[in-house]
Design a binder for this molecule. Structure first.
Ligand code: PAF
Length: 258
C-alpha cells in the first residue's frame, strides 16, 4: 500500500481515503463519491478493528461480506480496497495508546470502554500506511469525527478531515451497518430517533424530547443531549443534539446539527 501510495504521489496524484469496517451501504458510497470528486485516486479500507470493540460487544457477529463490498467498490470506481487481516494490522500486542480524554470520556465513550482508543489507534495506523491528502468521515459518528479531527490537528497529520452528511432511509432512519440486526418491528420503532431529532428543531427542552423518544416502547435511551458541537460538553446553547438508544438489543446513534 505504501509503495503504491508514494508512486501515486510522485506522479502528482491525490489520494482520498474512506476508512470503513465493511458491510458497505449508500452512506459509505456517498463518502466514496465525495472522495472521487475531490481526488484523483480513492482508497477504501475494510477492517473490522478488534481494538475498538469492548468485551461483550458485537465484534464476532459484526456483518462481513467482502464479495458484496468489492462489487460495490468496483461499481463506484474505488482504486484500491485496503483489506488487511488483524494479524497484519496488529502483529504484536500494541503498547501505544492514543487517548483524547476530554473528547472521548463522554457520550459513547462512557459506555463503550476503550472504544475511541481503538479508533484513534487504527486511524493513526491507516493514515500512516495510506498517507492520504483527504479522509472522509460520516456525521452519524459525530463524536468519532471530532476526535479524529482533533487527533489530526494535535499530531500534525498532513491529512484534511472531511465531514460528510448523514444518509438516511426514506423513513429518516440513519444508514448503519448495524441496521441489519433490526427486525421489521424494531426498524419501525427506530424511526422515532429521527422524529425526535426533527422535533429538536422546534424545542430543545431535553426532558420533553426524551419523553417523546421513550414513548416508543422498544426504545431504551442511553443518552439524549444538547451539546457544544466543538467541545461536546452539555450546553443549553449548544447546536448539536446527540442520541444513543437501544432498539431491542441493537444500539443505534444519530444526531442533528441545529
Ligand atoms: O467508523 C468506522 O467505521 C470505524 O470506526 C473506522 C473509522 C473505520 C475505524 O475503524
Amino acid at each position: 500500500m505504501r509503495e503504491i501510495s508514494s508512486a501515486w504521489k510522485k506522479k502528482g496524484e491525490t489520494i482520498g481515503f474512506v476508512p470503513t469496517m465493511g458491510c458497505l451501504h449508500p452512506g459509505h458510497m456517498s463518502l466514496v463519491e465525495r472522495a472521487k470528486n475531490e481526488n484523483s485516486k480513492v482508497v477504501l479500507s475494510i477492517f473490522v478493528n478488534p481494538a475498538q470493540f469492548a468485551p461483550g460487544e458485537d465484534f464476532e457477529r459484526y456483518p462481513r461480506d467482502f464479495e458484496r463490498d468489492e462489487k460495490f467498490c468496483k461499481k463506484k470506481g474505488v482504486d484500491i480496497i485496503f483489506y488487511p487481516s488483524a494479524g497484519e494490522m496488529y502483529p504484536a500486542k500494541n503498547s501505544t495508546v492514543i487517548s483524547l480524554p476530554r473528547l472521548a470520556n463522554k457520550l459513547c465513550g462512557k459506555t463503550r470502554a476503550g472504544h475511541f482508543k481503538g479508533v484513534t489507534l487504527v486511524v493513526t495506523k491507516l493514515f500512516n500506511i495510506i498517507s492520504p491528502q483527504k479522509a472522509y468521515f460520516g456525521q452519524k459518528d459525530y463524536q468519532q469525527y471530532r476526535i479524529i479531527q482533533t487527533l489530526t490537528d494535535d499530531l500534525n497529520f498532513p491529512t484534511e478531515i472531511v465531514l460528510c452528511p448523514i444518509v438516511r432511509e426514506e423513513s429518516g432512519l440513519a444508514l448503519s451497518s448495524r441496521n441489519i440486526y433490526l427486525n421489521k418491528r424494531e426498524k419501525k420503532a427506530a424511526e422515532r430517533i429521527y422524529a425526535t431529532l426533527m422535533k429538536a428543531k422546534e424545542t430543545t427542552n431535553m426532558r420533553e424530547l426524551e419523553e417523546f423518544l421513550k414513548e416508543e416502547e422498544l426504545i431504551t435511551v442511553e443518552y439524549l443531549k444538547l451539546v457544544d458541537s466543538y467541545t461536546l460538553h452539555t450546553n443549553a446553547k449548544g447546536s448539536l443534539v446527540v442520541i444513543a438508544a437501544y432498539v431491542g438489543k441493537t444500539r443505534l446513534i444519530d444526531n442533528i446539527l441545529l
